[in-house]
Design a protein around this ligand. Structure first.
Ligand code: FE2
Length: 198
């Protein structure tokens, strides 16, 4: 498996929880009540798996490896990705605040914005950024990334936490009737805006 295929596999699980977030806000709009317990679970998964672990692997391992291969990190695709990570974190903070206040419309607004940012972001990474990196990586780069990814679960989350989070995402999807992420196409989606679109 190529190093970025491991990150694309993470994307399928993250998309599963984005679908859960969509379902939660839809149910909240139709019933008038937000399912606080499931919203907390979705937010915990996104904060720990999508942000701390997955974005952590990109920021600490993938982007530096691409930078070493000659891709700038202060402009262009890597800079756009870093900015989108920050935009997602800001929306997560808004979701967290809305949950504390039990503010269902506020939660739905932040969640809708977060889902839109992350889906577009994932499409750019799978369709453009990851192939760009794979074209440039040599054997040493791939080996270093494999080693880094192999220890990232334990170093960024702690022993056994990834398994807990994956189980949480699967239970959330089962509760809400959302298809499992593994059922999605594993093929990277093409991104049709040319080389890059910030
Ligand atoms: Fe990603």
């Amino acid at each position: 498996m190529r190093p970025t295929e491991r990150l694309s596999a993470d994307h399928r699980l993250i998309e599963q929880v984005l679908d859960c977030l969509d379902k939660l806000t839809h149910l909240s709009a139709t019933s008038g009540a937000l399912d606080l317990e499931r919203a907390h679970r979705a937010l915990r998964f996104l904060a720990e798996f999508a942000d701390r672990l997955h974005h952590g692997k990109e920021e600490k391992l993938l982007f530096p490896a691409m930078h070493r291969c000659g891709i700038p990190d202060n402009v262009g695709p890597i800079a756009v990705m870093l900015n989108e990570h920050d935009l997602g974190r800001a929306e997560m903070a808004r979701m967290r605040t809305a949950l504390l206040k039990q503010d269902a419309p506020g939660f739905a607004a932040a969640a809708g914005s977060y889902v839109e940012i992350l889906r577009d972001h994932i499409g750019k990474e799978d369709g453009v950024l990851f192939p760009m990196g794979e074209e440039r990586f040599g054997d040493d780069d791939r080996r270093a990334l494999e080693e880094g990814f192999a220890s990232a679960d334990r170093e960024l989350l702690g022993e056994g936490v990834r398994e807990t989070l994956v189980d949480m995402a699967d239970r959330l999807a089962a509760d809400l009737g959302v298809p499992h992420g593994a059922a999605r196409s594993q093929a990277p989606r093409s991104h049709s805006c040319g080389l890059w679109c910030p």
